[in-house]
Design a binder for this molecule. Structure first.
Ligand code: GDP
Ligand code: MG
Length: 301
């Protein structure tokens, strides 16, 4: 992996000139705000297109892609530099096995991330899936339990297979809206984010089409059915998320070995109870005792 560190991001030169210009603009924008490194963690179920996204962004085939479940079981970090900017993309194996979240896979990912800071999470799924179920919620919960809910402030939902004809005669935008809403609800429930919080800082949903058969515009850029060039659009959204606040998640030993980061506040509960016992209840008892002791004979006695 060390050999990959600091490698020049030559894949960017394979992009059409229009895409290169936009990407350079965005990197410039990040550097202006003193962001010179971005570490992007890509997670989701198996076969949804995680590895393909990494290859699409880097512009090279750097991680293996497979239509079948012969996934690389280890996470992989690919690093590229461009104009003093470093991009780290971390591809991970799918989190689901035999209908359950694979805790061992999750632990391997966590160990791999030790001492790294996750700036952005790409939570990947397919646009052309019609249902969400409890398993999706479990995957979101597993990610949240591992890194804390704050990770979703740096999160994007990314939907692959964006070049599709919606079923049942639905309009594309309508279908996209419904699929996004269904997935965002799963994220909200799985991560236990309050409705109001998600209203204040919505999680963006971005479309991607990794296929070589993706339509292109007159500048030769890969486009979505609505004409948007998706690579610059994805990087733009990532940039917006990074610059809109929140901080990256440092994966330290405490996060890996400690209790569920979302339960941290709960650790103080025993102290609060002890405080109440000694300083409130005990004191009241004492007042009552003193009061009884000092009580003079009531007039009716
Ligand atoms: P991963 O298991 O999540 O890493 O998924 P992969 O990137 O290995 O992709 C699984 C399969 O889906 C491969 O056959 C890819 O070629 C295909 N694939 C991934 N993304 C897309 C996409 O956006 N559109 C289409 N048509 N196929 C995709
Ligand atoms: Mg993969």
């Amino acid at each position: 992996m060390a050999a990959q560190l600091g490698r020049e991001w030559t894949g960017i030169q394979q992009f059409p000139a229009a895409t290169q210009t936009k990407l350079h603009e965005l990197l410039g924008k990040l550097k202006e705000q003193n962001v010179s490194t971005l570490t992007i963690l890509v997670m989701g179920k198996g076969g949804v297109g995680k590895s393909s996204i990494v290859n699409s962004i880097i512009g090279e085939r750097v991680v293996p892609v497979s239509a079948f479940q012969s996934e690389n079981p280890r996470p992989m970090m690919v690093s590229r530099t461009r104009l003093g900017f470093t991009l780290n993309l971390i591809d991970t194996p799918g989190l689901v096995e035999g209908g359950y979240v694979n805790d061992q896979a999750l632990q391997i990912i966590k160990n791999f991330l030790l001492n790294k800071t996750i700036d952005v999470l790409l939570y990947v799924d397919r646009l052309d899936a019609y249902r969400v179920d409890n398993l999706d919620r479990q995957v979101v919960k597993a990610i949240t339990d591992s890194f804390g809910k704050e990770i979703w402030r740096r999160g994007l939902v990314v939907l692959t297979h964006a070049q599709l004809s919606p079923p049942d005669g639905l309009m594309y935008d309508d279908f996209f809206f419904r699929r996004s809403e269904a997935l965002l609800k799963v994220v909200r429930l799985g991560a236990k984010i309050k409705k109001q919080d998600i209203k204040n800082t919505p999680i963006p949903v971005v479309l991607v089409e990794n296929s070589g058969r993706c339509n292109k515009n007159e500048s030769d850029e890969k486009i979505l059915p609505n004409g948007t060039a998706w690579i610059p659009n994805l990087v733009q959204t990532i940039t917006d998320v990074v610059l809109s606040g929140g901080t990256g998640i440092l994966v330290d030993k405490k996060l890996i070995e400690g209790p569920n980061p979302n339960d941290r506040g709960k650790l103080v509960i025993p102290f609060i109870l002890a405080f109440q016992y000694f300083f409130v209840i005990k004191r009241i008892e004492k007042w009552i005792r003193d009061d009884i002791a000092s009580e003079s004979r009531p007039s009716w006695a």
